[in-house]
Design a protein around this ligand. Structure first.
Ligand code: DGL
Length: 270
């Protein structure tokens, strides 16, 4: 059975790959992290769309049967664009995250946090409204969270101050659930949960997305045989110093061997 393709702007999407490998133990995966061009969350929509299409075309070369857009920024601005161009199922992280938030707190306002690209796109806001038209939400870009996580600053005074700086409007809004709308934010989950206390349920889209992928494969009769021994192949467009250590943090376990992809410069700008 063909593998599932997963791409992200970098290694943050390994949080999603981890959820997928846990949910689908018989499936093989090909993961591509566009580490040479990360971050996507600060870039314009046309550029993110172009990168997302190139990442998907790379995965197609590996005969994937379905593509998971692990990156929230790419899911927010490029999901429909990819679906219109690719003849295979493409699943993003936005809708599963929105559904999980509404399930968790059906009668309370929902908080959404993400990169500037994700929040400005309005994708989570639209997904929530399509599920419940009169829903209340507060959306907040948190651009310092990605560099904090990448610097390993996930506990202590510095992230605490930044969490308070960004999240106090959501606390004031009395949210019942908070969508962590970025691949990096699950690593800040403890400090965010501590800030809100027990009343706010923290939603990590990764687990909800993995369940959606499983359901989609089942409906299409495309689930791998339970007896199959699986493979996980990990590709990246750059391997910077600290890459392996950081990747291990996101994946939360032993990593598959990583292979560097030699893109032609021309491939980037076709
Ligand atoms: N993967 C991105 C996301 O989930 C975060 C890093 C970036 O900005 O590229 O939005």
């Amino acid at each position: 059975m063909n593998p599932i393709g997963v791409f992200d702007s970098g290694i943050g999407g390994l949080t999603v790959l981890k959820a997928l490998t846990d949910e689908l133990p018989s499936e093989s995966f090909v993961y591509f992290g566009d580490t040479a061009r990360v971050p996507y969350g600060t870039k314009s929509e046309p550029v993110v769309k172009q990168f997302a299409l190139q990442d998907s075309l790379f995965l197609l070369k590996h005969d994937v049967k379905l593509i998971v857009v692990a990156c929230n920024s790419a899911s927010s601005v490029a999901l429909d664009f990819l679906k219109q161009r690719l003849a295979l199922p493409v699943i993003g992280v936005i809708k599963p995250g929105a559904e999980a938030a509404l399930d968790a707190a059906p009668d309370k306002p929902i908080g959404i946090i993400g990169t500037r690209a994700t929040i400005a796109s309005g994708a989570y806001q639209r997904a929530l409204k399509s599920l419940k038209p009169d829903i209340e939400f507060t959306a907040q870009p948190c651009p310092l969270f990605v560099p904090l996580v990448e610097e390993g600053l996930t506990a202590g005074e510095i992230p605490k101050v930044v969490v308070e700086h960004y999240l106090h409007p959501l606390k004031e809004a009395g949210i019942g659930a908070l969508i962590l709308g970025c691949t990096h934010y699950p690593l800040l989950k403890s400090i965010i949960a501590e800030y809100f206390g027990d009343e706010v349920i923290i939603i990590d889209s990764a687990a909800a997305t993995a369940q959606k992928v499983k359901a989609e494969l089942a409906v299409r009769g495309m689930l791998a045989d339970e007896e199959t021994s699986r493979s996980i192949n990990f590709f990246a467009s750059d391997i910077s110093p600290g890459f392996v250590e950081q990747s291990r943090l996101f994946f939360g376990g032993e990593l598959p061997q990583v292979e560097k992809v030699e893109f032609e410069v021309a491939d980037f700008w076709v």
